[in-house]
Design a protein around this ligand. Structure first.
Ligand SMILES: *[C@@H]1O[C@H](CO)[C@@H](O)[C@H](O)[C@H]1NC(C)=O
Length: 91
């Protein structure tokens, strides 16, 4: 299994600001997923990244997977209270 490191662990952001979170690993990943989890709910798949250098945009979410496939970021633009949740990366 892979060890994925996410940062930051937690964060409070001013409404309307953009927010970026990161996920990294020491080895190359074939596929990277970003999930969201709301309190007491299951995981919701937000993004699936397969190709290095890939940038995926979905509404206010933008995810990218670096060329070496060892780092990914998830950007939330203009955060709103409904964006409050736990976000996970997985491989
Ligand atoms: C996320 O990654 C970006 C680009 O590498 C970096 O500028 C930023 O400081 C990182 N943020 C955290 C919380 O690690």
């Amino acid at each position: 299994t892979q060890q994925l490191n996410q940062s930051p662990q937690s964060m409070s952001i001013q409404e309307g600001k953009d927010f970026i979170m990161n996920c990294s690993t020491s080895t190359t990943l074939a596929t990277l997923f970003w999930y969201r989890q709301d309190p007491g709910k299951g995981l919701i798949l937000l993004m699936k990244l397969v190709k290095g250098k890939e940038v995926k945009n979905q509404g206010k979410l933008t995810a990218q997977f670096d060329e070496k496939k060892q780092h990914s970021s998830l950007l939330i633009t203009e955060t709103q209270p409904r964006d409050s949740a736990r976000y996970f990366c997985a491989s």
